[in-house]
Design a protein. Sequence first.
Lengths: 167, 431
Amino acid sequence: MSCVVYKLGDDVSTDTLYPGRFMATVLPSETVQYAFADDGEFNARLQKKEIAPGSVITAGSNFGCGSSREQAASCLAGYGLVILAKSFARIFLQNAVNLGLKTLAVPDLEAEPGDELEIRNDRVINRRTGKEFPVLPLPPARQAVVDAGGLIPYTKKRLLEKAVSSH
Amino acid sequence: MGMTVAEKILARASGKTVVRPGDVVEPRVDLAMSHENAALVINQFQDIYKGTGLEPRVWDPDRIVIIFDHRVPAESSKTATNQKKIREFCAGQGIWHFHDIRGDEGGICHQILPEYGYVRPGQIVVGTDSHTTSHGALGALAMGIGATEMASVWTLGILLNLEVPATIQVAVTGRFQKFVGAKDLILHLIGKITAKGALFKVLEFHGPTVERMEVSGRLVLSNMSVEAGATAGIVPADDRTLDYLRKDAGVREPLKPVKPDPDADYDRLVEIHVDDLEPQIACPHTVDNVKGISQVEKTRIQQVVIGSCTNGRLDDLAVAASILKGRKVAKGTRLIVFPASSRIYRKAMERGYLRDLMESGAVIMNPGCGCCLGVHQGALGDGETALATTNRNFKGRMGNPNGDVYLCSPATAAASAVTGVITDPRQGGKS
Ligand code: SF4
């Protein structure tokens, strides 16, 4: 069961998720502290570990718009957050898939902070209301990367195949 | 059914005769650009090789370009150490298309790539920067990717599992009024189709207005295409493109423009007529919150910024200088100018633009990203408002979540610097 801990609107930008002034920090172990850095209250809850891994942030359309900075995805992955949005910006979605941040496009989702959700591959069930909401499947191209455990293992596999075939 | 420019480029790079939107392809990459975030790319690149027993070598050092621009000169020891690490990596891997912090060849990545002739029509260009879409202005398919994706490109030289995007045709007709131009057009388009209007799609620009536009203006259109969510923004290459590449960028070898097929299959058509277009302003805190200038005139501003990969080019500085020459920046307003590259800086100096701007009260910064991304060189104070020729106005973008950023053209920025309030440049900077 996953609890909704935050509800956001449309067009949440990477400047909100990870402000540009912390871009010199690159290691995933260090980026976590700056997740939602300009949102003092939520940042404090994250840093104090008040939010359990698997907790859900819901959002409207175009989540993660703006910069290509990967820290915006790695810092959320570091807390084990799950993002349910109506839609995602392209580079952010790609980064999330590559880094193993769980993101699901659930266009019709109705959920409020505090609601418990059951997240299945094809739908999300809101325990409070009993309503079910379909999940849009990831395009097959991205699913392959998710199945491999992220882009690093996926590329590693391809690299080794290439090394073998060229010998 | 024919193909769009993006489809043709993807088909060629993937070794196919035809591709359609939704097809999964693995195109070969022609050019891979990174800036300071190469520090993260290097980490991920080394991670890929870990445990393989193979020596980490990039697939083709000649196809990688690295440019320091985001935080130059370094604003912190952390950045300086990252830059040092990248410098050493480039030397070790033989990456010699490397633009360090230098007054002769430095500048913003999206200006350096076209200016130095790295980009050619028909190429696949990827960059670890969302505004890599800029290079579509030269008829390439150019898109932003994350650092891990770039590490994968450095390893294999291909993009893994890319879906062919559909293309939206944008047809632009009419003639701009004086002091109205490419920036106003793209802001208007983003306002019209919204920040998600082109999500996962390519914008392809057509029409007589675009055909008459110089490459500098086309770069503005492609640069900001990503603000409508687009994967890429392409202006099909024509004689102007080739002229620019030969005369300005010094490209010698034969060039092959890629044109869309006459029966190309577009997702939809968006038409814009610019005869009556007034200067456009993107209001806080989203780029698609666009209004005609008449609706926001007289808004007080404390900081005016002219520069960035969108509008820090020579013609941008020229129009600003022409408006500010012999006049003064309003008291209580500061004007910060950062030319997009060292070459532009030098030309603007030779032509007297920098002198005119300085005498009006402007502070001229070194070429680079400056305060665009809110790291250094011009953060806003609490409750302050900026008017900028940059491309993003998200909360916190100029270094302070308690500040407001409005986006505009260089002409509007210059006219407003004189009055200290948002001012229509068509009125000659009088409020
Ligand atoms: S000028 Fe601004 S938008 Fe352009 S590359 Fe630099 S930080 Fe990004």
